[in-house]
Design a protein around this ligand. Structure first.
Ligand SMILES: *Cc1c(COP(=O)(O)O)cnc(C)c1O
Length: 342
């Protein structure tokens, strides 16, 4: 048995998705007549409460396009110091948008709105103007942590006071909405633009949606072409995305339930600790007394796959392809390696 807890990106398409792929009406999206992509973009915009949406190949491309559209060269961007856009997008902000990223510390991915405000610069002969605030909800390196709605509203106030835009890297914003028990529109209403992934907990093989005002999306479409992200019969992929948005959102609650259950069982084992403050959605960060990579190697031999994210910390991510049996097997495996009889 293999229980793949490395990431929620590893999910395979569901049977409904294969069926949708086979049946989707197709066109050429670069020529502007792809009906299934158009349908997905409309549905996405409607769901997050924005005017328009753009289907992009990856979350990375959606985030980087957002920055390019929001900013002029030399602008300053405020962003959390462990954000995906800083940590895992290979210097995109410097290379693509030519901006100065002003990284701020946080508590579990949540920057203090007062600290954000204190770092806003006004454009002058000497200083760059701060034109964009980037947020991440849920926060990946924070362990899938949620930014509370009140904090989102506080960022919005700061941005309004200083004429700054807000882009949300909402790769897992549906996990945040399900975790908070609110409509995703409530979260998206606090920001100008949001990018979310279809290819994580929502189970699609490929794709993200960048959502925002119509004129923003028009310019984003040009940037997508410029970066080589124009896709032709992309309805094949968009068809899966429609299944994601219509059938896969509510099931995120199951991932969250299994995450808590896995965390609870692991917390009872010697040599492992759980940071409960961070168990909020579909990830568990597990502290290990011994080296984390020794754990991952031994777990891998038994078919339980996960990544170390620090010298003594493992990350486990729950998703649609790990059910209750998978969780039970993972717990059993950890228990055996911890030297505890079942
Ligand atoms: C996964 C992820 C992305 C985008 O990833 P891609 O692999 O480029 O689709 C962006 N932000 C966060 C927080 C993520 O977890």
């Amino acid at each position: 048995m293999i229980v793949d807890l490395r990431s929620d990106t590893v999910t395979r398409p569901s049977a409904e998705m294969y069926k949708a792929m086979a049946e989707a009406p197709l066109g050429d999206d670069v020529l502007g007549d792809e009906p299934t992509v158009a349908k997905l973009e409309e549905l996405a915009a409607e769901m997050v409460g924005k005017e328009a949406a753009l289907f992009v190949p990856s979350g990375t491309m959606g985030n980087q396009i957002a920055m390019a559209v929001h900013c002029d060269r030399g602008d300053a961007v405020l962003i959390e110091e462990e954000a995906h856009m800083i940590y895992y997008e290979v210097g995109g902000p410097g290379i693509i948008s030519n901006v100065v990223t002003w990284t701020l510390p946080s508590d579990k991915g949540i920057m203090d709105p007062a600290v954000v405000e204190s770092h806003v610069l006004k454009r002058s002969l000497h200083t760059p103007g701060t034109s964009l605030l980037c947020l991440e909800n849920t926060h990946n390196r924070g362990g899938g942590t949620i930014i509370p709605l009140a904090t989102m509203a506080a960022y919005q106030d700061v941005a309004k006071r200083h004429g700054m835009k807000i882009h949300l890297d909402g790769a897992r914003v549906f996990n945040a909405a399900v975790g908070l028990g609110v409509d995703v529109k409530e979260i998206a209403s606090k920001v100008d633009t949001v990018n979310f992934c279809l290819s994580k907990g929502l189970r699609s093989p490929v794709g993200s949606l960048l959502c925002g005002p119509a004129d923003f999306i028009e310019e984003a479409r040009i940037w997508r072409k410029r970066l080589g992200g124009g896709m032709r019969q992309a309805g094949i992929l968009a068809a899966c995305g429609i299944v994601s948005l219509t059938q896969m959102v509510d099931r995120l609650a199951d991932d969250h339930r299994r995450t808590r259950s896995l965390a609870q069982s692991l917390s009872e084992l010697p040599g492992l600790t759980i940071d409960w403050d961070r168990v909020q959605t579909n990830m568990v960060l597990v502290g290990t007394e011994t080296q984390a990579n020794e754990w991952t190697e031994r777990l891998h031999e038994k078919g339980v796959w996960c990544f170390p994210v620090a010298p003594k910390r493992l990350r486990l991510v729950l998703h649609a392809d790990v059910d209750d049996h998978g969780v039970a097997y993972a717990v059993e495996t950890f228990r055996a390696l911890a030297g505890v009889a079942a």
